[in-house]
Write a protein that binds this ligand. Structure first.
Ligand code: GLN
Length: 532
């Protein structure tokens, strides 16, 4: 079993997760079986209770784990399917250590960061060390070297390397080499200091991945190599990608990263075949046509809040040799009317969300899409607002609402799931993870999916109120997918519309570069047809 640890230095947001994911792509294409793990040093047990302002998107796994968005990169860039074992937070580590202490597992001992907390972290790395399944475990450590919170993780990694032997491990440090305009020079000092911090803890990286706005010349590489104690060929230049994050594996390969890592780990592997990946990138970079799609949400100013949705749109568009022009619309700005803001788009997507801020604007956007036969894709809350809209404006149920927004609504067309009625804790308590959906015969969804049963990932507390099913169906609102027992609405569509599909689940968590999700692909095809 081989291990790669990815740490980050100097500043955050250097794209460590992407670097780990893209290295995973290359190793997989060399025939290795790769699995990922993310360590998050914060004290939340999981990011499920954090706001998108704090954390960006919460990425949901098959088993219902609410995780860091880097796990989305890992799943999109490789074939791995992750579970709750692949994201470890300080909150989880301390929770389990304290539970064990209460149980008496450490009876007689003082419980300490070293060895008890670090043992727990090492145990989680070992959990993935299953040679029948994987060849390489890539572990990314969140945060920046030098953070107090990150220390136990780094200490655990130091001990772990001692246990498995340095020949089985590569440490990669992702760092910033800033350009100082006044001096017209790239500066290596922050990287030197970051490495010094790591060495203080007893970790010596073998590979430096240097984020830089300018090329690293031979002299600079030499300097970084000497001061940071890594081989000159292990100083990898990481420039901003020109167009798309999917260029990262190609860039890293050109820099020799995958060959180097395999050499350091003593792995004999063939050169990766990057043809399909390259073709995908070409379609993203220079598509034949373009289509304009509106995303109406609450967090459109945050790049990371709807990450998987934007990626899914990119995958679907590339499959149609098409580029996406995103029009990001703050739902609150539509409260008083759509006002021409959706006139120039070929499709409307409404993502998931919580709380009533912006909801009336989303309802107006859904109405505009329905009335103007504009392709519509509603995801989770996007399905719930489409339901409220149809109930109010087509079925004449004036007070239709979700009990999430109006607990006293006389017509709760969306209401709390039965299983949620006695739930008081907010953490990991929604209807989460993969559940099957039975698709109705003859529906648009069946045509789009080409299947009558699908597995999709969920994250919600509210659901369609089946009491309104018949009344709404009569007017053209079809529930085209349900849970196998028929009790929960999973997918709805409008009979009299070219593409109005909305689902209670999150298809955006299952789209990949060369495997776009059918609902997104159908949406882009419909948008292209709409724009003519
Ligand atoms: N707030 C809604 C619910 O809990 C929708 C959730 C979502 O969009 N993820 O059901």
């Amino acid at each position: 079993m081989k291990y790669i640890f990815v740490t980050g230095g100097v500043v955050s947001s250097l794209g460590k997760g992407l670097a780990a994911a893209a290295l995973g792509t290359l190793l997989e294409l060399r025939g290795l079986r790769v699995v990922f793990q993310k360590f998050d040093p914060y004290l939340n047990v999981d990011p499920g209770t954090m706001s998108p302002f704090q954390h960006g998107e919460v990425y949901v796994l098959n088993d219902g784990a609410e995780t860091d968005l880097d796990l989305g990169h890992y799943e999109r860039f490789t074939n791995c399917v992750l579970s709750r074992h692949n994201n470890l937070t300080s909150g989880q580590v301390y929770e389990s250590v304290i539970n064990r202490e209460r149980r008496g597992d450490y009876l007689g001992k003082t419980v300490q960061v070293i060895p008890h907390v670090t043992d727990q972290i090492k145990a989680r790395i070992r959990e993935l060390s299953d040679e029948s399944k994987y060849d390489v475990v890539i572990t990314e450590v969140g945060g920046t070297t030098g953070d107090i919170e990150g220390l136990p993780f780094l200490e655990a990694i130091r001990q772990f390397i001692l246990e498995v032997g340095p020949q089985n491990v590569v440490n990669i440090h992702v760092t910033l080499v800033p350009y100082i305009k006044a001096a017209r020079e790239l500066k290596t000092k922050p990287t030197q200091q970051s490495i010094a911090k790591l060495r203080e803890i007893g970790l010596q990286p073998q590979v430096l991945m240097c984020r830089t706005e300018h090329a690293l010349d031979a002299e600079l590489r030499q300097k970084l190599s000497m001061f940071c104690n890594v081989a000159p060929e292990a100083v990898i230049e990481v420039r901003d990608v020109a167009h798309t994050i999917y260029e990262a594996p190609l860039m890293f390969h050109a820099e020799g990263l995958d060959a180097l890592v395999c050499k350091l780990l003593g792995l004999q592997t063939p050169e990766p075949d990057l043809n399909n990946w390259r073709k995908f990138v070409e379609r993203v970079v220079s598509p034949q046509k373009r289509v304009k799609i509106a995303v109406v949400g609450k967090y459109i100013d945050l790049q990371d809040a709807y990450k998987s949705i934007y990626e899914s749109l990119t995958h679907a568009a590339a499959s149609q040799d098409c580029g996406i022009d995103l029009k990001l619309i703050d739902a609150e700005r539509l409260q008083d009317g759509v006002d021409g803001q959706l006139k120039d788009v070929a499709g409307v997507l409404i993502p998931g969300g919580f709380g009533d801020r912006g909801v009336e604007g989303k309802i107006k956007a859904a109405r505009f899409a329905r009335e103007n036969k504009l392709p519509y894709l509603g995801l989770c809350l996007g399905m719930q607002v489409a339901t409220i809209e149809f109930a109010r404006n087509v079925c004449g149920i004036a007070n239709a609402n979700s009990t999430e927004f109006d607990q006293t609504s006389s017509d709760p067309v969306i209401c709390l799931l039965d299983e949620q009625r006695d739930v008081t804790n907010k953490g990991a308590s929604m209807r989460l993870g993969t559940w099957p959906t039975k698709i109705q015969h003859g529906s648009l969804a069946e045509k789009i999916y080409g299947s009558d049963e699908v597995l999709e990932r969920h994250r919600h507390r509210y659901e369609f109120n089946m009491k309104y099913r018949d009344q709404m169906r009569e007017k053209g609102f079809e529930i085209s997918g349900t849970s196998p027992d028929g009790l929960l609405a999973e997918l709805v569509e409008l009979r009299d519309h070219p593409y109005f599909l909305a689902c209670q689940y999150h298809p955006e968590f299952q789209s990949k570069p060369n495997k776009p999700h059918p609902l997104f692909k159908g949406f882009i095809q419909a948008a292209l047809a709409h724009q003519g």
